[in-house]
Write a protein that binds this ligand. Sequence first.
Ligand SMILES: Nc1nc2c(c(=O)[nH]1)N[C@H]1C(S)=C(S)[C@@H](COP(=O)(O)O)O[C@H]1N2
Ligand SMILES: [Mo]
Length: 343
Amino acid sequence: MDSALDVVRAEPLCAETPARVLAAPITPAPSVYVRSNFALTPLDAAHRIDIGGAVHAPFSLAMHELADLPQRHVTVTMECAGNGRLGLDPVPSGEPWRFGAVSTTTWSGVSLRTLLERAGLAPGVVEILGVGADAGPRDDADGEVRFARALPIADAMHPDTIVATHMAGVPLSMDHGAPARLIVPGWYGMASVKWLTRLDAITTPFTGYFQQQRYVYDVDGAIEPVRRTRVKSMVTSPIDGGRCARAVLVQGWAWSGAGAIARVELAVNDAPIWIDAALGTPASAYAWTPFEAELVLPDAATATIRSRATDTAGNTQPERIQWNRFGYGNNGVREVMVTVGEG
Ligand SMILES: Nc1nc2c(c(=O)[nH]1)N[C@H]1C(S)=C(S)[C@@H](COP(=O)(O)O)O[C@H]1N2
Ligand SMILES: [Mo]
């Protein structure tokens, strides 16, 4: 039997959505990719989230209280910043993700804003720090490092940034952050802190490990935190390494954290001829946009198909990204290779 995930590392679990499953508009729940930095014992039913820092009325929230607040549902394409790392040359250190650390599913919970308004933000708050229950040693840090990541206040206050308790209509699994996690639409996955244990309003930008040492673009020592998802596209049919007829309907997905998808172009082999694909309707403003085009491949044994997306903010996928030390944000144009002819 095919397994629901392609495991990259077993403990803590890091696993990709298999290529054949990436064609689905909504990723089946068992195949939603998983990225965990540290092992963690499951949190119990008595788990609470403490909301504090620079607020007027700090409070501690029980999980059943979340269920009583107005519920919000967001369908989101979430991608790990390390997705496509193996496509870089030389391959940077880090989890060896191919192209499946991206999935689309529906998350449900309470707007983070609702909780922050209840606490009452003090003047001068610049970021909201989400703190996970997971921690562990790292080679390049002293002592225990806890998973924590800060979000600019404007993004934290957006009504679609939620403290999620459900994925695909059922309570979160352990791997996806039970009992509650952040979901930040439009941002690479690291912003969506799992196993949420604290939310702190802070008045100076956070400089913790996962803000300044990891999930950063490090180009020759210049550090820039990884933020919104870069514009990207992926051909899902024909499948990479598969076989297809010369006349083929090419289909795939395009997404961007900077806006909607404005255009997807396809090219065959190395020909500098780009053909516009037709765009379909995404499941939500935060979900990937379908594209398709009928191509006739050259009369040869194999062909490559490349896709290039442009978003409404005017960003286009580059041929190649500027290499960065940890290999994040690889949205360079990718090619899939196919064997041509009915086998
Ligand atoms: N507490 C905690 N939150 C976390 C992580 C983590 O290791 N610990 N990994 C982050 C990263 S890098 C990604 S890509 C997403 C993955 O979420 P998923 O495992 O539900 O797909 O969770 C983010 N939230
Ligand atoms: Mo990630």
